[in-house]
Design a protein around this ligand. Structure first.
Ligand SMILES: Cc1cc2nc3c(=O)[nH]c(=O)nc-3n(C[C@H](O)[C@H](O)[C@H](O)COP(=O)(O)OP(=O)(O)OC[C@H]3O[C@@H](n4cnc5c(N)ncnc54)[C@H](O)[C@@H]3O)c2cc1C
Length: 493
């Protein structure tokens, strides 16, 4: 169906103010932050979508998906637009972006049962602000909290800074509503636990818009005790000492809300005023007083155990202040784009992976060595390092961070810099048995390795796509590899 006809047909499904064909908005809707440099320089090479549509109900989403399914129109679900891996990038000529903007209601806050229900377009910050008034918190605090919305947070399996206590979004979602390409509206009810077969919430959580459209989510809520918060920070000789201390606290059964270890290069970015050229390990403990105190003792004992690697303790106020300024607002995102328009450099591309305790330091060393030895533009790197920011009983994540000067045409930045570094990180992670993707999702830019990530379990992932989206209209190229990879990543036909 040609673009004009698509828009004409849309007008039969939703009201005129729910359809947006503004050219500038369509340019914004054609990519996300993986290609943010090309986007800022106005040289994006991908097609713009035909329109952005703003449904108001699950029924309207159902009608829109049925229409797209019938006419083979690619659908990109969209929420807060903070995606970093190409999940919002468009690789099809005829695409509709279905935006959650008008699904913006907090449906219910239920403090007795410790859960809150929101539509998919509610920003996390909005629910958090309402809960704080009642003495509660979502416990979910990704750095993008001021901007990200529930549909996107659930679709990407996001994780927040306090995950070591509260878990990732998958630990918080108790039920949800979603819509499939054939128009079926499914509701997974809200209960405290279930054993009625496989847990079907997990088909939806993390689907990145490649299987279904999320319209409503119910999450757990937690009592909030800010008066008990405690912060701890230490300079360490190396990142490995930091990781050993994180492990010690976790395997002894404690759950600080924050547990992080930084390389010196990454510490320089965040803690330049006190890091003294060293690595950092830091913690935050929160919750009821007795738990905070016991956690604090456990942290101090772990630090003592590895004292030969500790240089000194840091004033806890410095750690607390740093936390209070960590999140990114829409203004910060806009400022970053403005900076990239005039400045041929970039600060802050990242790739996040995970593995068990034993393997994480090996992956870290292997990646740093390979990037330095093999990456052709290594001389342009202005920073290469990382931190562990989410820990578990059996392992942790590593968040690689890399900044560089850009000495090429803006349209070649991705193939010259960003993607070759990401490729080394993913290859080394998979080679060592880790997961190539800890919390940003696969998007389009890690889909070339989806089969390697899942191995023989890819069979199950493939069958989900065949079953729920047999015509492949949902977010073409996201999670599942497609032929356009060569065109839009490697610039080959
Ligand atoms: C500054 C910054 C900091 C960040 N910090 C973190 C962090 O700490 N932790 C973390 O996990 N991530 C982080 N991210 C990544 C990003 O914020 C998360 O992936 C977030 O969950 C995306 O939510 P969103 O509402 O912006 O979704 P979008 O960017 O709009 O969409 C993300 C993906 O979800 C799909 N999607 C959106 N809505 C729906 C829906 N209703 N149904 C089905 N699929 C849908 C989209 O198609 C896309 O594939 C950060 C990003 C930025 C820019």
């Amino acid at each position: 169906m040609d673009p004009k006809a698509v828009v004409e047909q849309l007008a039969k499904l939703v009201a005129p103010e729910q359809i947006n064909t503004n050219e500038d908005d369509l340019y914004v809707a054609s990519a996300d932050r993986y290609k943010k440099y090309a986007f800022a320089r106005n040289v994006l090479d991908v097609p713009a979508p035909v329109a952005i549509v703003y449904p108001k109900t699950a029924e309207q989403v159902s009608e829109l998906l049925k229409f797209c399914n019938e006419y083979d129109i690619n659908v990109i679900p969209r929420a807060g637009m903070t995606a970093t891996e190409g999940g919002l990038e468009n690789w099809k000529d005829t695409t509709l972006v279905i935006d959650t903007q008008k699904l913006d209601q907090i449906v219910k806050i239920d403090t007795y049962n410790s859960q809150a229900t929101v539509q998919a377009g509610v920003p996390l910050q909005v629910l958090e602000d309402e809960l704080r008034k009642l003495g509660y918190t979502t416990g979910h605090s990704p750095q993008s909290k001021p901007v990200a919305k529930f549909g996107g947070l659930v679709a990407t399996r996001s994780i927040g800074q306090f995950s070591t206590l509260y878990g990732g979004i998958e630990d918080m979602v108790v039920g949800l509503e979603c819509v499939f390409p054939d128009g079926t509206v499914s509701r997974v009810k809200n209960v405290s636990r279930r054993a009625g077969g496989p847990d079907i919430r997990h088909i939806v959580i993390g689907n990145e818009g490649a299987l279904c459209y999320i319209t409503e989510v119910t999450v757990k809520i937690f009592k909030y005790y800010p008066e008990n918060n405690k912060f701890y920070g230490y300079l360490t000789k190396d990142i490995e000492t930091g990781i050993k201390i994180l492990r010690e606290v976790m395997v002894n059964g404690f759950r600080p809300s924050v547990a992080r270890a930084y390389s010196e290069e990454d510490a320089a970015q965040h803690f330049y005023h006190f890091y003294e050229g060293k690595c950092i390990v830091l913690f935050m403990a929160e919750g009821p007083k007795g738990i905070v105190e016991a956690t604090g003792v456990a942290i101090e004992e772990a630090v003592k155990k590895f004292e030969e690697g500790i240089i000194k303790q840091v004033d806890s106020k410095l750690i607390e202040d740093w936390f209070n300024h960590l999140n990114w607002s829409q203004q910060d995102i806009d400022d970053e784009y403005a900076e990239m328009r005039t400045n041929a450099s970039h600060a802050g591309y990242t790739t996040e992976i995970s593995a068990d305790w034993e393997t994480i330091p090996k992956i870290y060393d292997a990646v740093i060595a390979r990037v330095r030895a093999e990456f052709e533009r290594a001389d342009d790197l202005t920073m290469l390092g990382g931190h562990s920011s989410h820990s578990y009983l059996n392992g942790t994540n590593m968040y690689f961070v890399y900044n560089y000067k850009i000495n090429c045409e803006p349209e070649d930045e991705l193939i010259t810099y960003h993607h070759p570094i990401q490729k080394i990180i993913v290859e080394e992670t998979l080679k060592h048995g880790g997961s190539m993707c800890h919390h940003h999702g696969i998007g389009k830019y890690r889909s070339e390795w989806t089969k390697d990530e899942h191995g023989s379990a890819y069979y199950m992932l493939e069958k989900l796509k065949e079953a729920f989206d047999p015509k492949g209209i949902m977010n073409h190229g996201t999670i599942y590899p497609v032929k356009e990879l060569n065109k839009y990543i490697y610039q080959q036909d």
